[in-house]
Design a protein around this ligand. Sequence first.
Ligand SMILES: NC(=O)c1ccc[n+]([C@@H]2O[C@H](COP(=O)([O-])OP(=O)(O)OC[C@H]3O[C@@H](n4cnc5c(N)ncnc54)[C@H](OP(=O)(O)O)[C@@H]3O)[C@@H](O)[C@H]2O)c1
Length: 274
Amino acid sequence: MNAKIAFIGAGNMSRSLIGGLIASGYDKSKILAADPSADVCQALSQDFSIECFQDNHQVIKKAEILVLAVKPQQLKVLCQQLLTDIQKKKPLIISVAAGVRSRDIDHWLGGNLAVVRAMPNTPALIQTGATGLFANDKVSELQHNQAEEILRAAGLTLWVKEEEKLDAVTALSGSGPAYYFLFMEAMEAAGQKLGLDKKTAHLLTLQTAFGAAKMALESSDDCTALRHKVTSPNGTTEKAIQSFQADQLEQIIERAMQAAKARAQQLADELGEE
Ligand SMILES: NC(=O)c1ccc[n+]([C@@H]2O[C@H](COP(=O)([O-])OP(=O)(O)OC[C@H]3O[C@@H](n4cnc5c(N)ncnc54)[C@H](OP(=O)(O)O)[C@@H]3O)[C@@H](O)[C@H]2O)c1
């Protein structure tokens, strides 16, 4: 495809997407970036051999796709600055800003635009992200595929048909890495209480999490079947699982994710009103 893409805001997320796109063979001459910082721009140009400008207007004129990758709180002001240029060219807009709804972005940019909202997570920074995507009704099939190609550079992509579902995506994969970090912290600490040294507990925890995720990804069995396979009757695993379930682990997780989803809705309301 290799349409001309401009990344507005050349921070962590843009770096990851640009790195992933180039690694997957995307034509470097079709990737542009803009960031107010001369140092950030210079570093990006050096690392990826792409053009980076300190003036957003320079890149907007040239691009068919704009990836808005500034902080959520910076997005409204950015959109207001870009409105005139964008209305002239009407590029595909892809926003990776957490919690900002597509209708607000479309409204801030003057309306009637093709907008894809992406909700990536932090592992996207090492190209192992999970990204939920939503397209508004102005997005063509070609643009849908273009957005998917760009976000796939950072890992797995899944589309939702209703934008509200991105709040559930936020509660699951968006915030999810932190849940696993917490679980791993707890396993490391418990391992040490059982007598292991810190380094051993740490490495065993990480490799176990990695191995379990890899097995689940590669197996045709679902998580429940995989768990049953490693849980022998009256064995050690069964004792631990019974203890988790007696403490209502599933309900604890559900309550936590409900809280995350409610906060995602609230943040989107606040960001939209700003
Ligand atoms: N990092 C993650 O793990 C992650 C995960 C999911 C979603 N996201 C989303 O991705 C977006 C970017 O996150 P990030 O981690 O890449 O942030 P970041 O590292 O702070 O990058 C944002 C960049 O945009 C620049 N910028 C600010 N205003 C600008 C403007 N008007 N025009 C052009 N550039 C401008 C910033 O410059 P200054 O620093 O000078 O302001 C900064 O270099 C956020 O909206 C975030 O919600 C990030």
